[in-house]
Design a protein around this ligand. Structure first.
Ligand code: NAD
Length: 363
């Protein structure tokens, strides 16, 4: 297959971590005989400087013409004085909306080697491997009417879903669960909210098309506790927009560092892939950024846009191997730094590539 990837590296550590992700992707695609093209375009603060706006037309056109977009991060202190609608972050919101993805996938998994980075006890997180599927285009964040009426001192937002919006994201959750551990946990607040009653009824209906996948329903308040007490009980967790925003951030503590987390937004015209972290201006340009979240995001591109499961798994396995061997970026070695070999961003990228190369040769 030919995979056409657009990289929008963005600001701060975005270019540093995406460079390593691209090198790893190139290594894997080349060594496994796939053809690919990787193009680069500006977004965010760098695009404001070069083009006067955070999402230039040529970037959008290139994104719509690709199979997958890999975004680094946007945001720069330099633009903090601009009004919110002109800031770098707007470029990302515009890109997300143009690409139209409605299902945000966020894995939260425990690396045994990073157990000390998590505030949860190792015996709780060991073996945890959750995939959040969060609906991204509906619910409270987009529902109308919404207003802050400063005359009457009232404000309101609307949580609204159509059956079709729930059904399409539920279908994605069941399809993904059928390739994993065959379980979907759907999160709602059906004891209080009518929207959640529609959500629960629709998810239950879609489940009938996937008889081999187990479905359970959890209330969001209980779920926030269960995720911290027994994360190992969950496989695919399906949520509406607001609940998923909160629960997926809460579950980031399972992995232990923001720098480790990948994400994908699928279901629209073109899938968008981003590490979860931001542009981290405090460490940008110092070689301190952890590129593993971006590298693992590259694995999601291969899995969800390339259909290349073995190649995606090879990237994930090599990240694990590198950690097993005691290599760490500084964010992963806050406790006990003397026990590890501390690597810069580029050294960590090179270590992952070296490990993949050996794996592919021996495969
Ligand atoms: P952030 O994720 O950039 O940083 C939070 C903390 O985590 C910082 O201390 C940072 O040094 C650390 N960190 C983040 N990624 C890391 C990595 N890969 N390796 C090591 N340490 C890492 O969040 P923030 O500080 O709230 O935001 C900074 C800027 O990023 C803001 O302009 C914000 O709007 C933007 N932002 C962008 C995105 C995105 O592009 N998707 C997401 C979140 C924040």
């Amino acid at each position: 297959m030919h995979l056409k990837i657009l990289v929008t590296a963005g600001d701060g550590i975005g270019p540093e971590v995406t460079r390593e992700a691209v090198e790893v992707l190139t290594e894997v695609l080349r060594d496994t005989g796939h053809t690919y093209s990787i193009d680069q375009r500006a977004i965010g603060g760098i695009a404001i400087k070069q083009f006067g706006r955070p999402l230039p037309e040529e970037t959008l056109a290139a994104a719509l013409d690709s199979d997958a977009v890999l975004l680094g991060a946007v945001g720069s202190n330099e633009f903090n004085s601009l009004p919110p609608e002109k800031r770098p972050e707007v470029g990302l919101l515009q890109l997300r909306s143009a690409l139209g993805g409605f299902a945000n996938l966020r894995p939260a998994f425990a690396f045994k080697e990073l157990a000390a980075c998590s505030p949860l006890r190792p015996e709780i997180i060991d073996g945890a491997d959750i995939l959040f599927v969060r609906e991204l285009l509906g619910g409270l964040y987009f529902g109308q009417p919404r207003e802050w009426n400063k005359t009457t001192n009232e404000a309101w937002n609307t949580m609204r879903y159509t059956k079709d919006e729930v059904a399409r994201v539920a279908r994605i959750a069941f399809e993904l669960a059928s390739k994993r551990r065959m379980k979907v946990t759907s999160v709602d607040k059906a004891n209080v909210l009518e929207v959640s009653q529609l959500w629960r009824a629709t998810v239950t209906e879609i489940a009938k098309d996937f008889p081999s996948v187990a479905l359970e329903h959890q209330y969001v308040d209980a779920m926030s506790m269960h995720l911290m007490n027994q994360p190992k009980n969950y496989d695919v967790v399906l949520t509406e927009n607001l609940f998923g925003d909160i629960l997926s951030d809460e579950s980031a503590v399972i992995t232990g560092s923001l720098g480790m987390l990948p994400s994908a937004t699928i279901g629209g015209k073109v899938n968008l892939y981003e590490p979860v972290h931001g542009s981290a201006p405090d460490i940008a340009g110092k070689g301190l950024a952890n590129p593993l979240g971006a590298i693992l995001t590259g694995a999601l591109i291969l899995r969800h846009s390339g259909g290349l499961e073995a190649e995606a798994a090879a990237i994930e396995a090599s990240v694990r191997k590198v950690l097993e061997q005691g290599f760490r970026t500084p964010d992963l070695a806050r406790t006990n730094p003397q026990s590890f070999t501390i690597l810069s961003t580029t050294e960590m990228g090179a270590k992952v590539r070296e490990t993949i190369k050996t794996m592919l040769v021996n495969a």
